[in-house]
Design a protein around this ligand. Structure first.
Ligand SMILES: NC(=O)c1ccc[n+]([C@@H]2O[C@H](COP(=O)([O-])OP(=O)(O)OC[C@H]3O[C@@H](n4cnc5c(N)ncnc54)[C@H](OP(=O)(O)O)[C@@H]3O)[C@@H](O)[C@H]2O)c1
Length: 316
């Protein structure tokens, strides 16, 4: 199967490419500049430039497309303009890809990433969350920047999917952790060197995680098994209080306990990024993977304990 991965240089896109290649699929990538360290033929396109997107898709003629793109969160302070760019690379980037797909005589399947840590709960939990877990049917909380982004992002996918008869799957990812991406940068690299990490807030919130290998396997499943407009939470079996998770990682590696920095202390250093970081490090979310599991999907790392062990073994 010919599969085109947007975001081939990213944490998730890169892992999906690896798994697709192992399966023997014909894989291609899209990156903003020609990359030599990417293991597949790569087309150059910026998702905010529709002409370059069209050129990449028309040259590749894929049977399936993965959209694993989003402007990265840089270290330190950001302005409103950068926050807007983070949103438009997701929302308008997706629109540009779908604008091109809708014109194709044989429309490829479209798999789009989205976020799972955005559900509205009856009350805002600041600690251990109580059941029930949120399912795909629950409403999204539009009071946070990420919730608003997810709503706009998914609205584009469903609009084009329904109007132009494009098969699509939306994958609502929990927090994707592993030896790579922002997790490695912020936490695991230091923990592996037995150095102290700094955590925004008091970490007494619940979150739903997914190990990168399981995240990528789920996406491979969606790319190779078309659905017509389904939404799936991609999370593991065990929502966990973040403090428990990060301290378990420190213990495994023999690193000191993290230093927790009050969010209000960080506020002046984050600028507009506070709108993203504060909810992500304080609002509890506990998400169900029941629908994903009904597909027969089996998790290699059902909880953070197995996932962190894999990272520990890989690094050691
Ligand atoms: N990781 C998670 O926990 C998580 C959870 C939920 C949702 N998601 C979403 O999943 C997507 C991928 O996540 P990730 O963790 O793999 O992110 P990542 O490692 O930061 O990768 C982002 C990818 O997007 C590319 N990109 C950014 N802006 C672009 C543009 N204008 N045109 C073309 N490519 C562009 C980047 O290319 P460059 O190399 O050129 O920067 C990179 O390949 C993001 O939208 C993210 O919000 C992630």
């Amino acid at each position: 199967m010919r599969i085109l991965v947007f975001g081939v240089t990213g944490f998730i896109g890169g892992k999906v490419v690896e798994l697709l290649k192992e399966r023997g699929e014909e894989v291609f990538g899209v990156a903003r500049s020609q990359k030599l360290d990417v293991p597949v033929k790569t087309f150059v396109a910026n998702v905010l430039d529709k002409v370059s997107v069209e050129k990449a898709i028309n040259e590749c003629k894929p049977e399936a497309i993965l959209f694993a793109v989003g402007e990265r969160y840089p270290k330190g302070r950001i302005g409103e303009d950068y926050l807007a760019l983070m949103q438009s690379s997701r929302v308008e980037g997706t629109r540009n890809v779908l604008e091109c797909i809708k014109e194709m005589p044989s429309k490829p399947l479209f798999v789009c990433l989205s976020g799972a840590l955005v559900y509205k709960r009856e009350q805002v939990y600041k600690g251990e969350i109580s059941l029930p877990l949120n399912t795909e049917k629950d409403p999204i909380d539009d009071s946070t920047w990420f919730g608003q982004t997810v709503l706009k992002w998914e609205a584009v996918v469903t609009e084009y999917g329904n109007k132009f008869d494009i098969d699509y799957t939306i994958a609502r990812m929990g927090s994707v952790y592993g030896w790579g991406g922002i997790w490695k940068e912020l936490f695991f690299e230091r923990i592996a060197k037995r150095k102290r990490v700094f955590v925004p807030g008091n970490a007494r919130f619940t979150t739903s995680l997914i190990h990168i290998e399981d995240a990528a396997s789920a996406l491979v499943h969606f790319l190779t098994n078309p659905s017509t407009g389904e939404v799936y939470n991609v999370v593991d079996d065990e929502p966990v209080v973040f403090k428990k998770f990060i301290e378990h990682a420190c213990e495994l590696f023999g690193a000191p306990k993290p230093l927790y920095i009050p969010l209000l202390v960080l506020k002046p250093f984050l600028g507009a990024g506070y709108k993203l970081v504060a909810p992500a490090f304080s609002i509890s979310q506990a998400v169900s993977n029941e629908k994903l599991k009904k597909l027969g999907f089996e998790l290699k790392y059902p909880s953070y304990k197995e996932g962190l062990k894999q990272i520990f073994e890989k690094v050691s």
